[in-house]
Design a binder for this molecule. Structure first.
Ligand code: NAD
Length: 351
């Protein structure tokens, strides 16, 4: 098992390669009430948790983004109220990023903040959503618009969860892993290259190393910049066009799939500015397509995507801001791009 420590409003640890239920049981001693929040479509074996000497409640929420609705949050608040949850009680979110985002936000808001533990079960949840303290739900006006920074007490990563995860969700999570490789840790790219594409789970030690390194990249950035000023922007590599593609595609693409397209786009921008070599640009395409991640997008979509770029959280006033690479492991802000440069980069990723 590997441990990565995160500095935030309180320090906490991410345990990678643990057995989640026994680790969780150990962390529950002394709690009077525990809420286990799970998706109704993925309920792991909770028997050992239910057997502890505490009042354990299981709250099932709808799957995917439906978990992050105001209605689900309201239901969760009501359940917590009905079960008499106090300041010293605990919420545990066990699921993909949607479940941990909702659970963390319920914990942030119930009684102005109670403790929570994240047990991410998807690869995207393990390397991204459950680490960093961002919690939240969606608004009718967009994803993640209602939220809070509220770090968990710990994050428990059990690789066995990956055995039931769909290949599409595994590969979508790999986009965030690869992103961490490009922005900070070259070795992640080597490890991702050596993963057996025909048997993704064949080498758990390699996977544990890969996930630990990706978590360490996120932990390092978050620890330096918990509330997202400049340093944390590095984690948004590929996300500027990625978010626009998600909106354009009406969230039918996985987040990682949209980020994959966004990374190739910004790599094209960086390449045209001479910031990265042709080899690094090609490395984006090779590695992302190894995991069946999209590396091109519909040429006709650009007319609609270009205005959507301005909605990105990194945009300031009328200035678009991209996180780009200046070689592997070094990020730089690109703010002075002309529309000709943007058009030309999109043309090169068009299909
Ligand atoms: N808080 C953050 O910093 C942060 C960062 C990135 C993403 N997110 C959020 O995370 C969410 C995306 O997370 P996601 O990709 O995990 O999606 P998700 O939570 O919707 O899970 C994807 C699907 O996988 C299923 N699933 C999860 N684990 C499984 C397992 N072990 N076996 C079988 N099925 C399993 C889920 O039930 C769901 O159907 C989005 O809402 C996104 O906004 C948050």
């Amino acid at each position: 098992m590997n441990t990565v420590n995160v500095k935030a409003e309180h320090d906490y640890s991410v345990f990678i390669g643990c057995e989640w239920s026994s680790t969780l049981v150990n962390k529950l001693s002394g709690r009077t009430r525990v809420a286990l929040v799970v998706s109704s479509s993925f309920v792991p074996d909770l028997s050992s948790i239910k057997a502890i000497d505490a009042d354990v409640h299981v709250f099932e929420v709808p799957d995917g983004e439906d978990a992050k609705s105001q209605a689900t949050l309201m239901a969760l608040w009501n359940w917590l109220g009905a079960a008499g949850f106090t300041r010293s009680d605990l919420i545990v979110g066990i699921g993909g990023g949607a479940v941990t985002d909702l659970s963390g936000f319920a914990a942030a808001t119930w009684l102005r903040g109670i403790d929570w533990i994240a047990v991410p079960t998807s690869l995207a949840g393990m390397v991204d959503a459950a680490v960093g303290g961002k919690t939240g739900i969606n608004s009718d006006y967009g994803k993640n618009l209602i939220g809070s920074f509220h770090s968990p007490q710990s994050v428990l990563i059990d690789l066995n969860f990956l055995k039931t995860l769909s290949e599409r969700d595994f590969c979508a999570g790999m986009a965030e892993v690869i992103k961490c490789g490009f922005i900070d840790d070259h070795e992640i790219l080597n490890l991702a290259s050596s993963l057996d594409r025909n048997n993704l789970l064949s080498d758990f030690l390699l996977l544990e190393d890969l996930i630990t390194r990706a978590v360490a990249v996120k932990a390092k950035v978050v620890s330096a910049d918990f509330k997202e000023s400049f340093a944390r922007e590095a984690l948004n590599y590929g996300h500027t066009l990625g978010h626009a593609v998600e909106i354009y595609a009406k969230y039918q693409l996985r987040h990682g799939e949209a980020v994959s397209i966004g990374m190739v786009f910004v790599a094209e921008l960086a390449h045209s500015r001479g910031l990265i070599s042709t080899e690094v640009l090609q490395q984006h395409r090779d590695l992302l397509s190894k995991f069946d991640l999209p590396i091109s997008y519909d040429r006709q979509a650009w007319q609609k995507l270009a205005p959507l770029l301005a909605l990105d959280k990194k945009a300031r006033g009328n200035t678009l801001r991209f996180v780009a690479l200046q070689g592997i492991g070094a990020t730089v802000r690109l703010e002075d791009l002309s529309s000709d440069e943007l058009d030309a980069a999109y043309e090169r990723i068009s299909s």
